[in-house]
Design a protein. Structure first.
Length: 150
């Protein structure tokens, strides 16, 4: 399967411009991720350290882990803005999707509970979070099937 996947990536107009792994610090340098990264579909996740964002190529279906993290060092240091992209095997993609799904479900439950207890207005992003959970579940189920795990 890995050989077939590599063929798809090499023949893919998007993935051929994205390296296996690339890390850049954008606040203090002119270095940037390839423009093709912006063409990847966001499946879910925040994109921060410890909660990377799952992205997928709309052309060939290859999965990526994406990071964009900014820290101003609370005004006492130089700060940083890190970005990274990493191509994932289907197995690694499934692991990241399951981790991201767990976090997303927890976040939805947190806001639902807060709304119920305090009668607060539902945050406008809650519907987007629920949609993200659905998309993550769809991608998880498809990968499980592909890997023969379902």
């Amino acid at each position: 399967m890995a050989k077939k996947e590599r063929k798809a990536e090499k023949g893919c107009s998007i993935c051929k411009g994205i390296p296996e792994y690339k890390f850049v610090e954008t606040l203090h340098t002119d270095e940037r991720l390839p423009e093709e990264v912006d063409q990847l579909l966001v499946i879910g996740g925040y994109g921060l350290y410890g909660c990377e964002q799952v992205r997928k190529c709309p052309e060939c279906g290859t999965f990526y882990s994406f990071l964009h993290d900014h820290d101003s060092e609370s005004g006492v240091g130089y700060g940083y803005t890190d970005e990274a992209i990493q191509r994932l095997t289907p197995e690694k993609a499934l692991d990241l999707i399951e981790k991201t799904l767990k976090t997303s479900k927890h976040d939805v439950a947190y806001w639902d509970e807060k709304r119920k207890k305090k009668g607060e207005i539902i945050p406008p992003f809650l519907d987007k979070m629920r949609a993200e959970v659905g998309l993550l579940e769809t991608e998880r189920d498809a990968l499980r099937k592909t890997l023969g795990l379902s």
